[in-house]
Design a protein around this ligand. Structure first.
Ligand code: IMP
Ligand code: MG
Length: 170
């Protein structure tokens, strides 16, 4: 398989700053908890959080999905829960990429049960080709039609996460 450059490190940096500025404006005077979905989100969350001009707490959650490939028949379960109390607090869920929406839908449900004041979603990439569960993304870095994306935290079989740019695998 070959990798083809999709979004350069420079463009990612610029877009992450824009998202952080918008979040800083929207949450001014508040103290949101950023919940990153491991592992793909590591670099995005690290960059985004450091561009915010508001105080923010950081925690992580992790989900695994099993079953028939990438269809909505998969089941999702949490393999790591957050460790911060979010009751009554504004939460921003930060994801690397939303494809079917199944993982995100499950995580949102789990977080809702903990009684946060609000939940908004921030995703680096939203894929448009295969959305089984449509979840509105409040802060979206890039929208792409299709393809399997790697780099900047995103993996294929645990490889390529440490590439600084985003690529599409062909
Ligand atoms: P969903 O449940 O189908 O929305 O898939 C979400 C998860 O699948 C993401 O959090 C990623 O970990 C993984 N994933 C989906 N599409 C891609 C991709 O193009 N590259 C790398 N990982 C992906
Ligand atoms: Mg992920």
């Amino acid at each position: 398989m070959e990798k083809e450059l999709l979004i350069s490190k420079k463009s990612i940096e610029k877009r992450v700053k824009e998202l952080a500025n918008q979040i800083s404006l929207d949450y001014e005077g508040r103290d949101p908890v950023l919940i990153g979905v491991l592992k793909g989100v590591i670099f995005f969350l690290a960059d985004l959080a450091r561009e915010l001009s508001i105080p923010a707490k950081i925690d992580f959650i992790r989900a695994a999905s099993y079953g028939a490939g990438t269809t909505s028949s998969r089941t999702v379960r949490l393999t790591k829960d957050i460790e911060t109390s979010i009751h009554g607090k504004p939460v921003i869920l930060v994801e690397d990429i939303v494809d079917t929406g199944l993982t995100l839908a499950h995580i949102v449900k789990e977080i809702e049960r903990k009684g946060p004041e609000s939940i908004r979603i921030c995703a680096l990439i939203e894929k448009l080709e295969r959305q089984d569960i449509k979840i509105p993304i409040d802060y979206c870095g890039f929208r792409i039609e299709e393809g399997f994306i790697i780099g900047y935290g995103l993996d294929f079989d645990e490889k390529y996460r440490n590439l600084p740019d985003l690529y599409v695998l062909r």
